[in-house]
Design a protein around this ligand. Structure first.
Ligand code: SF4
Length: 452
């Protein structure tokens, strides 16, 4: 193993090493590591098929299940006898066999597979067409985006992609396939609009901007090369930030990346797993820290009330929100409730508890307001639903969003904010007397991000 480890670490890879146990038990930490890794390597140093075959199949199968996007490689002495020359095929469990004699080429093989997966993402680029943007009068679409850029300067959202390949089970986009505008076209569109309209702030309208590392870096480098002098916003996943080197992130920051919206959603590794996020709490925290170090604002989407959510899950989500804000006061959040989307894994489970969806638009319009007992989230207990709404509509916007919006809060508002912060810390969500007081006496509304 030592030459394999040496070869990988010398070439800049961080390695989590797990030694297979003969009793078939999974080593501690293996699943977490597989979820967050860039690539998985199963190395069989010697020829011991009776032991190795079961372990190989189990390890590679687990890697495929937990992190399907990460390339899987296998190799070692075992593959001296079974390899592609002998007609042996490891696909679909692994993408590549590296022979024992090829330990030195292992880092290159991983790098190539990683860039292949970037290339596969890039191939989707040609499918996205926004050429009409070159002909439209964009003036009516230039508006300030205070929440994202913190200034009254005009900003423009440009469509740069559609769909997402991450397949989170709660998400509207679970069943979609990603398409992206090519990096060069994106840069040319931005620079043309910048020159023609004088607008400096751009929202890149796609869901997973760092899905292709190389495209993201090419966009950033292109903006720098063109001296575009812009500020931009995009939606990204924290596990993709982790794949970016410090140099990549530096280029992205220098190109004008001002704020990145991250779908962290929940506050424990277990809950992330249940909503289909290939993410961990520590990745979300650490990658936010890397952004802040470069002056990029992390904006985390947080979700409450998903199917199967427990009070414990909610407390974990409150805890991660607190940890993220502690990184830096500029860290921002959006708070929302889970909304069941038909034809998604979690949505179908949730909708089983509701009456059948109407078959025409008129009935559909009234459907949402006629649910059983006036409930909107029947997959939760009634009390839990009340608590989730209390959190997303009142507690969290007041505790975390308010200071930026209300510059001279009244004494009462400050006291209520302290009460909201205490509720977050204690996880105590019963007896909402404070919201009643707020509604009765406070004039400036809260800026909730919940949309009914
Ligand atoms: S939640 Fe975000 S990362 Fe997951 S599928 Fe939806 S858009 Fe993609």
């Amino acid at each position: 193993m030592i030459p394999v480890l040496s070869s990988l670490t010398r070439n800049g890879f961080d390695v989590d090493l797990f030694i297979e146990s003969l009793d078939g038990r999974r080593p501690t930490g293996l699943e977490d590591s597989l979820r967050s890794c860039s690539a998985a390597v199963a190395w069989c140093a010697e020829l011991n098929p009776g032991v190795q075959i079961a372990g190989l199949v189990s390890f590679l199968g687990l890697a495929a299940e937990l992190n399907p996007a990460a390339p899987r490689l296998t190799g070692g002495g075992f593959f001296t006898f079974v390899n592609s020359d002998t007609g042996f095929d490891v696909d679909p469990l692994a993408h590549r066999i590296v022979p024992d004699s090829g330990i030195g080429s292992l880092p290159d093989a991983i790098t190539q597979l990683l860039s292949d997966s970037d290339r596969a993402t890039d191939q989707a680029a040609s499918q996205f067409d926004c050429s009409v943007m070159h002909e439209l009068d964009l003036q009516p679409f230039l508006n300030p985006e205070w929440f994202l850029f913190g200034t009254g300067e005009r900003a423009l959202q440009i469509p740069t992609g559609y769909g997402c390949g991450k397949k989170c089970s709660f998400c509207f986009y679970e069943q979609t396939h990603p398409k992206f505008l090519r990096a060069e076209e994106l840069v040319s569109l931005v620079t043309r609009i910048r020159t023609e309209y004088g607008v400096k702030q751009f929202l890149f309208g796609e869901l997973d901007f760092f899905a292709s590392r190389s495209r993201a870096v090419r966009v950033a480098q292109g903006l720098l090369d063109q001296d575009a002098d812009v500020r931009w916003f995009a939606l990204v996943s924290a596990q993709d930030i982790e794949r970016l080197s410090d140099e990549d992130l530096d280029v992205i920051a220098r190109s004008g990346c001002h704020i990145l919206e991250i779908g962290t959603e929940v506050g424990s590794d277990g809950a992330m797993d249940r909503i289909g996020k290939k993410l961990t709490v520590e990745i979300a925290i650490e990658q936010s820290r890397r952004l802040i170090q470069r002056g990029i604002v992390p904006l985390h989407n947080m979700m409450f009330g998903f199917v199967g959510e427990t009070a414990h899950d909610r407390r974990d989500t409150l805890r991660i929100i607190k940890r993220l804000r502690r990184l830096h006061p500029a860290v921002q959040f959006t708070f929302r409730v889970y909304q069941a989307v038909p034809a998604t894994t979690m949505g179908d489970e949730a909708l089983r508890l509701l009456p059948a969806i109407p078959k025409n638009l008129n009935d559909l319009a009234s459907f949402r307001f006629e649910l059983r007992d006036g409930r909107g989230m029947p997959w939760l207990e009634a009390r839990e639903e009340r608590e989730v709404k209390f959190l997303t509509e009142y507690i969290l916007p007041l505790a975390y969003d308010d200071p930026q919006k209300v510059h001279r809060p009244t004494l009462l508002r400050r006291a209520l904010r302290l009460a909201a912060e205490a509720r977050c810390a204690l996880g105590y969500l019963r007896a909402p007397w404070d919201r009643a007081v707020f509604r009765r006496f406070e004039k400036a509304p809260l800026c909730g991000t919940f949309s009914p």
